[in-house]
Design a protein around this ligand. Structure first.
Ligand code: ADP
Ligand code: ADP
Length: 239
């Protein structure tokens, strides 16, 4: 079965229907790039996959488990936050804003959740965090505070922090949109390497070159619906 299965997903904010019937599968080790105009619902879709938004109709399943709800006597009831967190443990998320803790070094940013959520010993957390910083090419910056790092370096720390939790899927919401143009490449490079290593990924992006080159599937969203989806060469006719 696909790692992510979305069926008939509808999401409303008040009167506005932002997602209007999304069907999407993401297979293991697949890279799906989500593209489309601003306001079309890309970020909302990703947040639904991450368990950060409720949804009104349809299903989101991660590794077969219904996210956000459970069935009771044939009716759907909201899952407890403990249940949602259990599914979310396997989902890593990277945002446009890096959201690092400013008062902690890069290394401590990566170690924090390992210590607090995973209950790793300091020794184990340190070893894992060192390895993750190495993965994103920042072994030499462990002691640096976020303010001393470039945007590209901060985003790579954010990726290392997410990877440290050993997610089964990584969700990226416009990970390079807040970066100066000259820093975009280093973040995309790390993402390409993750894709090569077999990470399952969903990426909301305006980087069409990345989508054309790295995606197994490109999903073009317009006004809350999938207008086109397919292999990059099917979606980008001129590619
Ligand atoms: P995209 O990521 O494609 O730019 P979004 O998913 O961010 O689109 O937003 C889709 C629409 O939903 C927009 O009209 C946006 O204003 C609206 N929206 C997003 N989040 C909320 C919210 N929390 N409350 C109300 N409207 C929202
Ligand atoms: P992005 O451009 O990255 O999709 P936005 O600037 O649209 O992000 O939204 C940033 C935050 O504000 C998100 O948490 C989103 O859910 C919320 N938001 C967006 N539009 C609205 C809205 N119309 N009303 C309330 N919250 C909104």
């Amino acid at each position: 079965a696909p790692l992510v299965e979305v069926r008939g997903l509808h999401k409303r904010f008040n009167e506005t229907e932002v997602l209007r019937g999304i069907d999407l599968d993401i297979g293991k080790s697949e890279v799906v790039c989500v593209i489309g105009p601003s306001g079309s619902g890309k970020s909302t879709l990703l947040r639904c996959l991450a368990g950060l938004e409720t949804y009104d109709e349809g299903e989101v399943r991660i590794e077969g488990e219904l996210l956000g709800y459970r069935e009771r006597h044939g009716r759907r009831v909201r899952a407890s936050s403990a249940e949602i967190n259990r599914v979310r443990r396997n989902i890593g998320m990277v945002f446009q804003q890096f959201n690092l803790w400013p008062h902690m070094s890069a290394l401590d940013n990566v170690m924090e959740a390992l210590l607090r959520v995973r209950r790793f010993s300091r020794h184990e957390a340190r070893a894992r965090a060192d390895l993750m910083l190495e993965t994103v090419g920042l072994s030499h910056k462990g002691d640096a505070y976020p303010a001393k790092l470039s945007g590209g370096q901060q985003q790579r720390v954010a990726i290392a922090r997410a990877l440290a939790m050993e997610p089964h899927i990584m969700l990226f919401d416009e990970p390079t949109s807040a970066l100066d143009p000259e820093l975009v490449g280093e973040v995309l490079q790390v993402m390409k390497q993750l894709a090569r290593d077999g990470m399952t990924m969903a990426v909301v992006t305006h980087e069409m070159g990345f989508a054309a080159q790295v995606a197994d599937k490109v999903v073009f969203i317009d006004q809350g619906r999938i207008a086109v989806q397919g292999k990059p060469r099917e979606v980008f006719h001129d590619a």
